[in-house]
Design a protein around this ligand. Structure first.
Ligand SMILES: [Zn+2]
Length: 295
């Protein structure tokens, strides 16, 4: 074989590999993985680190997570320190080319502290409430961040990614209208949750979360706080505790019994419970549960 032909073959095979190489994405949450699959289609390879059944604030950092990031193009996270554990994984991956995407920049943030938090108070929401993905309108902001990141790594696929995103937003808008309509009869409803996971969800549907089983975000229940919460629920007539999929139900059940309320399982991430395989079915599930709990 002539040397030039040989070189040509080598170069063209490199080119083929490049043009068919998938963008490798690691996300923190399963929901972010779902959105990335929606936009990236068959041109991305996606993995999430936190299972839907896990509390995203606390995961055990494993060396295998660093290896996943070592070979990834993009790491997508919620930000606002939800993934306090992520820096350790990013540092450990020693991947200088990793594109890190924090989806929270353009989100209208709730519960931003007005004074500097005392670290000893243990509050795990120092930049405000990070559970914003549970407002379906915020998903559009997240999709835009993901689109920009995928485009940076694979500019030639921009039109493909954009078309996928637009199709999903259309579908999401239909679902948002459906959820809003279904939730209309329970608008103004009040409930208690374990952690402050549902502020954005409640805000979207015109509901109020009026108390928490945790005395502060990240602080386990205490007897004095539990007593106060029961009194508050009795006084205000709150009949529902919306319990995240990953919290124990002993304390919430005791509180509910004492306050003549019921415990309803809600879910914060895709795959966290049965029939919550993706974000849309997760929201379908939460809407059904909220209606059952509040009506
Ligand atoms: Zn939280």
């Amino acid at each position: 074989m002539k040397r030039t032909t040989f070189l040509f073959l080598i170069l063209s095979s490199c080119f083929l590999q490049l043009s068919f190489a998938k963008v490798k994405v690691v996300t923190s949450l399963s929901d972010l993985a779902d959105f990335t699959r929606v936009i990236g289609g068959d041109r991305v390879e996606v993995e999430n680190l936190v299972r839907g059944s896990q509390n995203p604030h606390y995961i055990e950092v494993k060396p295998s997570y660093m290896l996943k990031l070592k070979s990834a193009d993009i790491f997508i996270m919620i930000g606002m320190q939800l993934e306090l554990w992520s820096q350790q994984i990013i540092d450990g991956s020693r991947n200088p080319n990793l594109l890190i995407v924090d989806c929270s920049h353009s989100v209208k943030k709730l519960e931003v502290p007005t004074s500097k938090l005392d670290a000893s108070a243990g509050d795990i929401h120092p930049f405000g409430n990070p559970h914003y993905w549970l407002d379906p309108e915020n998903v559009k902001i997240i999709l835009q961040e993901i689109l920009e990141a995928l485009t940076k790594i694979s500019p030639a696929d921009h039109e493909y990614f954009k078309a996928n995103m637009d199709a999903y937003i259309k579908k999401l808008d239909v679902k948002i209208a459906e959820w809003n309509k279904l939730m209309q009869p329970v608008k103004g409803g009040k409930f208690v949750s374990y952690h402050t996971s549902f502020s954005y969800l409640a805000d979207h549907f015109g509901l109020s979360v009026v108390g928490y089983v945790e005395p502060k975000p990240g602080i386990p229940p205490t007897p004095s706080h539990t007593t106060e919460l029961i009194q508050q629920m009795r006084k205000t007539g709150v009949k529902m505790i919306g319990l995240e999929q990953y919290f124990e139900d002993n304390t919430p059940t005791q509180i509910a019994e004492a306050a003549n309320a019921k415990v309803v399982r809600l879910c914060t991430s895709a795959g966290g419970l049965d029939k919550t395989d993706d974000y849309i079915s997760l929201m379908d599930y939460n809407v059904r549960q909220l209606i059952a709990g509040l009506k």
